[in-house]
Design a protein around this ligand. Structure first.
Ligand SMILES: [Ca+2]
Ligand SMILES: [Ca+2]
Length: 446
């Protein structure tokens, strides 16, 4: 199994159509080899909570891992993670880059693991792939007073100096070895996480004067409950981007970072194609959360709308998925764990898995599928089912969108009596109980 994760990549991928200028020939080529899920969602719109849900199979409202500082190992000391289950089943389990949020590494699940950063004792130390290069004279955009990482611009360094590139060399080296046992290789890229600094050549296909900005409705927040407006509170980011005349530059920076990470993914796919494992390796590619670039006047992640929750998810399963197939059923990153159990015949199946095996959809993407997808953030929940999105905040205020007529989620239909029945149906799937939040910690070493 080759397990490829990407950090903060939304649907700005050629095959998902999120932005007309997105340049992702390698992710698109991977999709052409297998099956792409057009409606795949994270369990939580933030790194740690999303990754922990995927890797333990346990949804945030059951684990209490809602945030980046929630220590998952403190609340689930005995959970068998997905890598660990592969190890228990006799696989060689090897990982590098960012798979878990690095403050809370997995301690027993890997045969070997090399993070970009590693917790050693009570300190975070730089890993073997080195430091991300930064341009001189940052912040480049002039906004940086808000937060150092909220910046973008060109690097005048070679690819070879980028940690994501060194990660691909590590994967290529591993794919060149021979193994006595099946392998599970996890390879976690850090781009397009902020800051958007990548070598100059990745900016070239996106000249500033040709950048297409996202379509924004300036009064989009007017029909949203106050708790939803609070989630979009980083509208201060949007005001700053506009004030500093940086909108085009920001979009350019994100597109360039995506093009860079796509190129790195291509190096991994090329190495797999050239290896003895080309025809018997399952490939799973995913991103941990989406990203806003001004939609709903919001930047970053941390909302329950489509921008922050829709992510790329691709499966290539030799002799099983059909080349170039697409699936329109809503699915969750939580579904990866049970799917890999089925595909690889792993045992035992841990209790309390929140997802469903996607095996029926891998075999026939159009098979009847009635499973709602749940997303959770700060105690609020959202359901994606068929063409609908329902959001319910902790104070029971609501949003409802019908993607068939409103793909940008502009018109909140929660108060429309025509939708009362379907809204009640969606509301049934909102969890009635939420696990208490996990302990807040900065780091937890092994
Ligand atoms: Ca992330
Ligand atoms: Ca609106």
């Amino acid at each position: 199994v080759l397990f490829i994760s990407i950090d903060d990549l939304n649907d700005w991928v050629g095959v998902l159509g999120g932005h007309p200028q997105a340049k992702t020939p390698n992710i698109d080529r991977l999709a052409q080899k297998g099956l792409v899920f057009n409606q795949a969602y994270c369990a939580a719109p933030i790194c740690n909570a999303s990754r922990v849900a995927l890797l333990t199979g346990i949804p945030p409202h059951k684990s209490g891992v809602y945030q980046n500082k929630h220590s998952w190992r403190r609340v689930m000391p005995d959970v068998v993670t997905l890598p660990h289950l592969f190890k228990q089943n006799g696989y060689w389990v090897s990982g590098a880059g960012k798979i878990y949020h690095e403050s809370f590494p997995e301690c027993g699940g890997w045969d070997e693991y090399y993070g970009f950063n590693q917790v050693v004792g009570d300190k975070m130390q730089l890993g073997i792939f080195g430091r991300e290069p930064i341009p001189p004279n940052i912040p480049i955009n002039g906004i940086g007073a808000l937060e150092k990482a909220f910046d973008w611009g060109e690097l005048s360094v070679a690819d070879e100096q980028m940690p994501d590139r060194k990660l691909t060399d590590w994967v290529r080296e591993n794919l060149g070895k021979s193994y006595q046992q099946p392998f599970f290789f996890a390879c976690g890229f850090s781009h397009p996480h902020l800051p958007w600094y990548v070598p100059q050549k990745y900016f070239e296909p996106f000249p500033l004067d040709e950048i297409q900005l996202p379509i924004i409705k300036q009064d989009d927040l007017n029909d949203i409950p106050s708790l939803g407006i609070k989630l979009a509170a980083s509208e201060r980011d949007h005001a700053a981007v506009i004030e500093h005349n940086q909108y085009r530059q920001a979009v350019q920076g994100y597109l360039a970072s995506i093009y860079f990470v796509d190129t790195m993914i291509g190096r991994v796919l090329d190495a797999l194609d050239a290896s003895p494992y080309a025809d018997n390796t399952i490939i799973v590619l995913w991103s941990d959360n989406g990203w806003h670039l001004g939609e709903k006047l919001h930047w970053r992640k941390g909302t329950l709308w489509e921008e922050a929750t829709r992510i790329p998810l691709i499966f290539v399963v030799p002799k099983q998925t059909q080349a170039g197939s697409k699936c329109d059923r809503p699915v969750s990153l939580l579904d990866i764990y049970p799917t890999l159990i089925d595909l690889c015949g792993l045992s035992p199946t841990p209790p309390n898995l929140g997802g469903k095996s996607l095996l029926p959809l891998l075999e026939n993407p159009n098979v009847a599928w009635d499973n709602p997808v749940l997303m959770t953030w700060q105690g609020h929940h959202s359901i994606r089912w068929q063409q609908l999105r329902y959001i319910r905040y902790t104070d029971e205020t609501e949003e409802l969108y019908d993607h068939k007529i409103d793909p940008l989620e502009w018109n909140n239909l929660a108060a429309d009596s025509k939708y009362a029945q379907v809204k009640a149906q969606l509301a049934q799937w909102i969890p009635r109980e939420n696990a208490p939040p996990a302990p807040i910690m900065d780091l937890l070493g092994c």
